[in-house]
Write a protein that binds this ligand. Structure first.
Ligand SMILES: O=C(O)[C@H]1O[C@H](OP(=O)(O)OP(=O)(O)OC[C@H]2O[C@@H](n3ccc(=O)[nH]c3=O)[C@H](O)[C@@H]2O)[C@H](O)[C@@H](O)[C@H]1O
Length: 462
């Protein structure tokens, strides 16, 4: 209102007050005249008219202003109901996209569209690619599945590394087309997804929207692009479902998912087969095993356990049947990044042209795990020793919400084909996470130092 007041010399509040409050004398609001029959001073009809005219003028200008913005948005904004109204297109925008996609590496440099770039794995991969001289353009919807402030902080980090993130939904076909028109991406690293196993009970449709429809949208854009990019995308260890045979191998069956999340990732692998078969897209699916580390996801157990232990709040540890331990093949982020880059570097070119396959194209799936499952109770033990706080543990039977009791990756295939070689044990990885956590959430410096000193001396327990 104050800005409008600067422009028009009055605000809507002024007009309403001067016109709509009868009998209220305001000497500062223009000429008054004496009304003999009412024996009082009233504002002159002329000045009332003037106020009305100005008010109407203001309404017309306001209307014109908003209808102009709306017509711009129709031309160049996403109209998808799941995304916010977002501006893209135009020379300034294209310049940023081109700059971000610029390849600085002379030999074998690639230009990558990273979806979910403000996500946990997306941020780390984008930075690693940029660091080695590849071109990177990010795409992220910045949805509020978890703290958007953290995604924004990751965006700031990426911007400092020279990565531009386009804000938009992977289901926005027009936006994708626009991006492929500007840049001939050699690769797409498709990490945008609805994550979380248990959340699928609460919001099942979000999994279909992102993990099925969104994946198809990416494949559609890629198959029509010229040249077609090679695609590396995030599947999940959860596709092994309730398999008993361990460690999980890529050759094992994956038709018994335990959660809707797993089912949508499994569906993604089948959809990948279709696009590879019909359109000649080169596609690599990576089955991530419970990835953790700095800049991680607050919806994951290691993250909220840390928060709750520090707040002296109880944490719930799930148990399997007959009080058996629940365990995960926790995989540190740097190892997963090396696997993602290995997959990009070994991806063959897509073979389609003008939307048609010319010859058979590469289709791969790899486990990216750590090969050493750790019980969740041990994870809590490591956090206790690093944070120097005893956790208030509550043991609880694992609810039937899509969780699986155990994961363990066989990584021989990734080792051979991608040169994947995880080196970070859970203790070392959590130590790095805890240091980041305390710094990011601005814990007192003295406390950070104390924890750091303690963690230097603390021993590996796994
Ligand atoms: O590998 C994957 O493909 C998936 O990994 C991750 O799923 P999960 O392995 O289930 O990780 P996470 O929720 O951190 O639970 C860890 C452990 O803590 C146990 N757990 C959990 C919560 C709790 O309150 N108590 C508890 O014991 C719980 O039973 C479990 O044993 C990603 O979130 C998912 O998006 C997907 O990428």
């Amino acid at each position: 209102m104050s800005q409008l007041k600067d422009v028009f010399g009055f605000s809507f509040g002024d007009a309403a007050e001067s016109v709509c409050v009868p009998g209220k004398l305001k000497s500062e609001k223009g000429p008054l005249y004496y009304h003999p029959s009412r024996q009082s001073f009233l504002r002159s009809p002329l000045s009332k008219l003037l106020v009305w005219i100005l008010f109407l003028l203001f309404v017309v200008l306001l209307f014109r202003h908003f209808s102009r913005s709306a017509s711009v948005s129709m031309a160049s904004f996403s109209s998808n109901s799941h995304s916010r109204v977002i501006r893209y297109g135009g020379s300034g925008w294209e310049k940023k996209v081109r700059k971000s996609a610029h390849i600085r590496r002379e030999l074998d440099g690639i230009s990558v569209l990273v979806t979910g770039a403000a996500g946990f794995v997306g941020t780390h991969c984008s930075i690693a690619l940029k660091k080695r001289g590849d071109g990177v353009v990010g795409l992220d919807s910045f949805n509020d599945y978890y703290d958007p402030g953290l995604k924004q902080a990751r965006r700031n980090l990426l911007e400092r590394s020279g990565v531009f993130i386009v804000e938009g939904d992977i289901n926005d076909q027009e936006l994708l087309q626009n991006l492929f028109d500007v840049i001939a991406f050699t690769h797409v690293l498709h990490l945008a997804a609805q994550a979380g196993v248990r959340y699928a009970m609460k919001n099942p449709k979000s999994y279909v929207h992102s993990n099925v429809a969104g994946l198809i949208s990416i494949f559609e854009a890629a198959k029509s692009a010229s040249p077609q990019p090679a695609i590396v995308w995030a599947s999940s260890s959860s596709v092994y479902g309730l398999n008993k045979k361990t460690p999980f191998s890529e050759f094992d069956r994956t038709d018994r998912p335990a959660s809707l999340y797993a089912a949508t990732k499994k569906a993604g692998e089948e959809i990948a087969h279709v696009y590879n078969n019909i359109y000649g897209l080169s596609i690599t699916g990576l089955r991530f095993f419970t990835v953790y580390g700095p800049w991680g996801r607050p919806d994951m157990a290691y993250f909220f356990f840390t928060r709750d232990i520090l707040r002296r709040k109880p944490i719930t540890i799930f148990e399997g049947p007959n009080h058996s331990t629940v365990a995960r093949d926790f995989t540190y982020i740097d190892d997963v990044v090396s696997g993602c880059l290995g997959a990009l570097d070994t991806a063959e070119k897509s073979t389609g042209k003008n939307g048609k396959k010319q010859e058979p194209a590469q289709l791969r799936v790899f486990n990216l795990g750590n090969t050493s499952p750790v019980p969740v109770s041990d994870l809590v033990g490591i956090l206790e020793s690093l944070l120097m706080v005893k956790a208030d543990r509550k043991l609880m039977k694992m609810p039937r919400n899509g969780d699986v009791p155990y994961t363990h990756a066989n990584i021989s295939l990734a080792r051979t084909e991608l040169g994947y070689n995880p080196t970070t044990d859970l203790h070392t990885g959590l130590k790095k996470f805890v240091r980041w956590y305390l710094e990011y959430y601005s814990f007192p410096k003295a406390f950070q130092k104390k924890i750091k000193r303690n963690s230097r001396g603390s021993k590996k327990t796994n």
